[in-house]
Design a protein around this ligand. Structure first.
Ligand code: ADP
Length: 737
């Protein structure tokens, strides 16, 4: 094949197969990225059906056609399943319609079926064109001109079933729907002391079931890739009975729609319900969540992730080198990842084959490390019941917070306490952070004391932003000794980390302070060292994005600029990512600074755009973006310079950003961190290791680092890491808006 592509003709974008929330954000990014490169873009309506039908089902899109769609669920260009496209005759028509529109670059957003079909179409393309020319449907010169079809795939699937990308478009939103449903069921289950069996989607993939079970605090889960051992019905009944004895009032079992036993026999939701009812003699209900899992407005993650992969897909397909074959664009460790399309699709099919053939170990291996780790965490959490005979080595582990409240803190405490109790330790809760510790506000936490903490926002233990002075250290050391604390788990933000650093440095003078300490990152600001994401940041991001949606709706009829101030202290994560997820066109960050020239250019641009018919402008400013160019100052400046073409409203979102129940991602993150932190503490106690460490996810790996070393990677004045992985995304957000 030649490696010199023709200059780009036109690009087509298709959504196909099952719809998934986030597809619109991807379409918007594909369209705008292509238009920015001067390439015409066509939407193919209703998937391959529209491609086979041609005519007005293939429509040119302009910049404004994809405005205001980022927050909409489903796909505005429609999707369908097409029988004709499975036939060569159908694909001949499809090829003819593409050539008619001068399209030889295609971005397909769909599941493994759609991507398999697309790849077949691409492979057949030269022969399809040849046949069309022989029939006289197209000109010979067109065969030459459209020699190759460049193809890039994006995975739109709520199941998160594609091997090779961490997340598929729509999976995070589906998790939101599932978690909301389980929360609702858990409250009624607990009122009636009832068991509920919940069926979620996933024929060959247990992602939604497993993560839903963790996020929803469920008791048991049944997955296609990892069928339970024979006799699982007894295990389930005994687990629920022991839970009841320990005071559990609700009982939730999550079943993936493709769950089977070790012999390949389907485990139906109704069978699980009947089993529980028969063995426990309790009223048991079942709920099949069905299509609600697909519906609704996409989550913040699905919006920013789809924008990122959509823009990368357009770049990839327009710069395609035909020698390298079609690519799949996905996400790996929050970065855009490119993989050979068919290799990923084939591995995904392999999972199904392994399951069908009973090779579950192979299926689980293809699911990757973090899926396996999360299954272990779930098993440990669901098994964790107060041990009746604690082992003789039991220790006293104190849990506390530092800095502001972050959604997911309670989830982490609940997991840590239950895992700690299960391991035979005494778990202590420190009220109000380091101040509470200094004053000796320490109490024993039993298994039931953290009931319901899985889903609740805020910080039940209380927290404090105080960093101890040298004088306070002695008092803290004495309190730790008085309460016989052997290890500390600190779930919090900057001042929690700093407080632990102060205590670590004082050990020389106060040997009582020598004990293992693990810091777990939990702050909406996402400004901590050695962790790309902190617990709480995802919830705050979703709260901001929801607020921005409402602002946008409130302004449909007027020419208005909203200048929205968001939290984050000196870290622009929330500002940049909320702008990316909501289509805001300008972002002011402390990291980039603000100059008067830029402000002038911004207001001149807005004047021109509003004069040309624009109705709404969204600008996001980090709370500390600039000491003089405050939100108030910029509002007045814009107002004064608006030439009355538009008006300006200043919106300070304030504390709603710290509130709210944790999102599924933050709950899963919290459970994962807590499980690892408790394992680290266990090991450290066993080895007599008294290091002070902080946990974090760096490039997808959950690892820990010495706290002092981690803090050294930060700028101590602005209290943020010197390197931040998301910073390059801000200019991209602005370009696409
Ligand atoms: P998903 O993309 O969500 O997995 P499907 O498996 O239903 O959904 O595929 C969507 C469409 O993709 C099908 O209706 C069909 O038109 C096309 N398609 C799927 N598999 C193939 C194939 N092997 N050959 C040709 N077209 C296919």
């Amino acid at each position: 094949m030649s490696s010199a592509p023709e200059p780009a003709n036109a690009l087509g974008v298709i959504t196909s197969g099952g719809d998934s929330p986030g597809m619109n954000a991807a379409v918007r990014a594909v369209v705008r990225s292509a238009l920015l490169r001067g390439v015409p873009v066509f939407a193919v309506l209703d998937g391959y059906e529209g491609l086979v039908a041609g005519g007005d089902r293939i429509r040119a899109l302009r910049w404004e056609d994809v405005g205001g769609i980022i927050q909409r669920g489903g796909t505005i260009i429609g999707t369908a399943r097409s029988k004709e496209f499975r036939t060569r005759e159908g694909r001949l028509l499809a090829a003819r319609h593409l050539v008619e529109h001068r399209i030889d670059r295609l971005v397909v957003i769909g599941g493994d079926g759609s991507l398999t079909g697309a790849n077949l179409f691409r492979r057949e393309w030269p022969s399809l064109l040849d046949e069309l020319a022989r029939r006289g449907d197209i000109d010979r010169s067109e065969v030459e001109r459209y020699q190759y079809l460049a193809l890039v795939g994006l995975v739109g699937s709520i199941d998160n079933d594609m091997v090779g990308t961490d997340m598929t478009i729509g999976a995070d939103t589906a998790m939101h729907r599932i978690t909301d449903a389980i929360d609702a069921l858990a409250s009624t289950a607990s009122s009636h002391q009832r068991a509920f069996v919940v069926e979620v989607m996933g024929r060959n993939c247990g992602y939604l079931a497993l993560m839903g079970a963790i996020a929803g605090g469920a008791d048991y889960v049944l997955l296609p890739e990892c069928p339970p051992a024979d006799g699982w019905e007894d295990e389930l009944a005994s687990l629920v009975t022991r839970g009841r004895a320990a005071g559990r009032r609700d009982c939730i079992v999550v079943v993936a729609e493709g769950a089977c036993d070790r012999h390949g026999t389907r485990i139906t939701t109704d069978y699980v319900r009947q089993t529980l009812q028969d063995r426990l003699g309790e009223d048991t209900r079942s709920t099949i969540l069905g299509h609600v899992q697909r519906g609704g407005s996409p989550s913040a993650f699905d919006r920013w992730m789809s924008t990122l992969v959509g823009a990368a897909a357009a770049d990839e397909v327009l710069g395609a080198n035909f020698d390298t074959g079609p690519k799949l664009i996905g996400l790996r460790f929050n970065r855009v990842m490119r993989a050979p399309l068919m290799a990923s699709v084939e591995l995904t099919h392999d999972v199904g084959t392994h399951i069908a053939n009973g090779r579950y170990d192979e299926a689980m291996r293809l699911r990757g490390n973090s899926f396996n780790e999360m299954l272990q965490t779930f098993n440990a959490l669901s098994r964790a019941l107060p041990s009746s005979t604690p082992p003789p080595t039991r220790r006293r582990i104190a849990v506390m917070h530092g800095d502001g409240p972050a959604p997911g803190m309670n989830t982490a405490v609940r997991a840590a306490v239950r895992l700690g109790l299960d391991a035979g330790h005494t778990m202590l809760g420190v009220s109000d952070g380091i101040e509470g510790l200094m004053e000796g506000r320490v109490r024993v936490l039993d298994w039931r004391s953290v009931d319901g903490w899985n889903a609740s926002g805020g910080a039940e233990l209380g927290t404090s932003r105080w960093v101890p002075s040298a004088a306070a250290v002695e008092q803290i050391a004495l309190q730790l000794a008085a309460h016989d604390v052997h290890a500390l788990l600190v779930i919090g933000g900057w001042s929690g980390y700093e407080a632990m650093d102060v205590l670590a440095r004082a050990r020389e003078h106060y040997p009582l302070l020598a004990m293992p300490v693990v810091c777990v990152p939990a702050t909406i600001n996402n400004d901590l060292p050695h962790s790309e994401l902190a617990i709480g940041a995802d919830t705050a991001l979703n709260s901001i994005v929801e607020a921005l949606d409402r602002l946008k709706q409130s302004a449909v009829a007027v020419n208005r600029c909203f200048l929205v101030e968001v939290m984050g202290r000196y870290c622009g994560y929330l500002a940049a990512m909320s702008a990316l997820a909501s289509g805001a066109e300008r972002i002011y960050l402390h990291e980039r600074g603000i100059t008067l020239d830029e402000l002038r250019a911004d207001v001149v641009r807005m004047r021109a755009e509003f004069s040309a018919g624009k109705r709404l402008s969204l600008v996001v400013r980090n709370e500390h973006a600039h000491p003089q160019y405050t939100t108030d100052f910029i509002t007045r400046l814009f107002e004064a310079e608006s030439a009355e073409v538009f008006d300006v409203r200043r919106v300070v979102l304030g504390h709603i950003q710290q509130g709210g129940n944790p999102t599924p991602f933050d709950r899963i993150h919290a459970a994962r961190f807590a499980a690892r932190a408790m394992a680290m503490i266990d090991q450290a106690l066993e080895r007599g290791d008294t290091a002070v460490r902080c946990l974090g996810v760096v490039e997808g790996q959950l690892t820990s680092r010495n706290l002092a070393d981690a803090l050294a990677t930060c700028d101590r004045h602005t209290r943020r890491p010197r390197k931040q992985w998301w910073l390059d995304l801000a200019p991209m957000a602005e370009r696409l808006a």
